[in-house]
Design a protein around this ligand. Sequence first.
Ligand code: ANZ
Ligand code: ZN
Length: 874
Amino acid sequence: DSRYTPAEIEVKWQQHWTEQNIDKTLTEKNQPKFYALSMFPYPSGNLHMGHVRNYTITDVIARVRRMQGYRVLHPMGWDAFGLPAENAAIDRGVPPAKWTYQNIAQMRSELKRLGLSYDWNQELATCAPNYYKWTQWIFLQFLSAGLAYQKEAAVNWDPIDQTVLANEQVDSEGRSWRSGAKVERKLLRQWFFKITDYAEQLLNDLDKLTGWPDRVKTMQANWIGKSVGAYLEFPVVGSDTKIGVFTTRPDTAYGVTYVVLAPEHPLTLQLTTADQKAAVEAFIQDVSGQSELERVAEDKPKRGIPTGAKAINPFTGAEIPVWIADYVLYEYGTGAVMGVPAHDSRDFKFATQQNLAIQVVIVPNEDSSTTSIAEAYTEAGVLVNSGEFDGMLSTQGKTAIIEYAEKQGIGKARIQYRLRDWLISRQRYWGAPIPVVHCPNCGIVPVPAADLPVVLPEEIDLSGRGPSPLAQLESWVNVPCPSCNTPAKRETDTMDTFIDSSWYFLRFPDATNTEKVFDSDCTNDWMPVDQYVGGIEHAILHLLYSRFVTKVLRDRSLLNFDEPFQKLLTQGMVQGKTYLNPKTERWIPSALVNPNDPKDPETGEPLTVSYKTMSKSKHNGVAPQHVIDKYGADTARMFILFKAPPEKDLEWEETDVEGQFRFLNRVWRLVTEFAQTGKGAILYLRHAALRQAQEPLCAPTQKSFAASSPKSKEDKELRRAIHTAIAEISHDLEGEYQFNTAVSELMKLSNALGDRTDKQSSVYREGIYTLVILLAPFAPHIAEELWHLLGNTGSVHQQTWLQHDPEALVADEITLVIQVLGKTRGTLVVPAQATQTELEDLARESEVAQKFIAGKTIKKVIVVPGKLVNFVIT
Ligand code: ANZ
Ligand code: ZN
């Protein structure tokens, strides 16, 4: 029986490959290296389709590169610290470690069932002591480089998860990336990494990332947010205090009519006069409840209050009021702003509202009148009312005023970034403990490297949702100071799990090292990652942190490269069909709906059908295991690759899955029929004999079947189809990955083979072999089975990728378009080598042309070789 039975052959080959260790990373340095990496998953329980898509894409790339002669590193691991494990413990009483490792076991077996060519020898989990030992070690590197520090700061507090969050973990609506809770502001002492020290490099080096989508680079550049301008100082009347501001418009300095402090600014209370004190305090109290986003929202009225203090505009000498307002953020620039209502829209609104003076200092051109304006003039122009700078263009005014300020000692040029330091401490249990001790004598003392890891205690009480579980475990907290031996206390915060994932790719090349974080030679050899594949949701978070950590470790002489990820592919979402009852706004599970007549099973109301990212809440997920059980992993892979280009969203459509299953069945029939008859059978017998004789057949594929010489016209055409497939698919797997067109090329080749009646020619044999080899990266199991059915020993995955023969691509005949007066009237098949005059003659004599030109005067004939002939007649 030669039916295609994926369930049988897939498991068989998976076991065989594991036994043979064929995906083991090769270390011979004479081969070029290729590091293929998918973003490692959080072990949440089961794989979902998004995972399957991500890993299939990377797997195809890894398999092709291996066949192309690269030594490939294609590892897999687990981003295994984080809150869900802790919540599972709280909700169900399962210890976080147990929950996590169970999930890892489950997901690992699901990954294995997909036939992904990972080198499992390099597997790692960030929650394993031999991993987080090195996460802690890296923390200490940051500490000794002065790049890790503690400070009291207004931080994002997630009231649901009971922990602080980094700015990168709060979305544009002020919600937590994980819990979705509205984030609150709290003043707390926290640990930070000084990512701002690397702002300029992180921005500039984006230019080196030629293999990244522009969209991701733009998002990072905006997040870093570089502004060029000046720092200017405004002396406070009757005191030595000066208010420093950051401005991008020093050219408007003569138009400053007031100064505004952020409510949290330390000068606020210091400067407030007695009669304003009560009002100012009430205002500060009021503002503290608002998120940063609410405060800067464009459409919202700006609120503020005078402090009662006055300052001097050092350019005009005028006395101007000092205010506080909610639209000034303490965390940006100096936390103070010079108010220029004539040229800044926010200031204009605020000044109009509060009756503050408006002074025009820039006009569109020299002839403009300057008296009053109805809205802020924010464009460039010519300086007026600006003393010695009058008449200057505002662009020149910027530099001139900065120079002047420097001379007067009242300011200087300044570059400001929006990026803030990375808040890395979390008040949760399931993470890497920050490896320091707080000593009453010595202050912050790093745990000596020899004492790492600081192990997470297992007997922990997670029953309540209170803050800092580790802080409650006295036996763990109280330790002698490593430096002076006085009783001291451990740090009880753990690290943001984004630290774990900001260096895992550096560990993979040397994942089992127990002596070092990694061997630098080994990691330098494999890095950078040649192809990274993952979700766009990490455009800022993970990808920015990883770039930062890489640069710091480079500066600690551990690495010799600047950027970790050479090429980045952000794969699109997998969407499922969803049924919405628009009246009740409920999502109806597809199992309850007749797809031909979608109605609410309860109310009979018509449903709206659309495609949405698969999710539990929309009941539109398809379980990978379900698809594998029904069609096999190869079909699932083929469908995912064929249905949409990798960056685009993919609509899950069962009928298209069936289409791919049918295609694999067709390939199966083509190859098995060939293997059982004529030439195929001879080959099969010969190789079977070799196999019997235990003689390894390692002949390169090229020799075993290539160089066929076509004798007939049909054979010539088939050979062209074969080599077109090789050329096109090879092209689709370089640079821009186009798996969807590659799969359709495979289909074209199988059609060309199916159409051929003479199945005994050497060309046909070449075609069958080519089909199996080209199919291997996409559908690895069926390709392996067919390879062996053809009588080969060894693995198809260890064959050499094919090179196309350019000569085979040359067509004998081409189709010529016949036009009359520029209008297409038909086509004509002509010899590809025909000269210009031959083409003209053939066209003229053709039936198509004769119908239109007979009896007419031909004024002109236009010949475009290889394409068309156009007759101009009267
Ligand atoms: C005076 C001025 C005049 C300004 C003008 C703009 C236009 P970016 O591009 O985001 O860097 N600013 C400075 N610090 C601030 C803070 N902590 N909170 C709120 N606003 C702040 O914007 C820089 C500009 O934003 C600065 O330039 C300052 O207003 C304001 F016609 O200074 B400008
Ligand atoms: Zn001490």
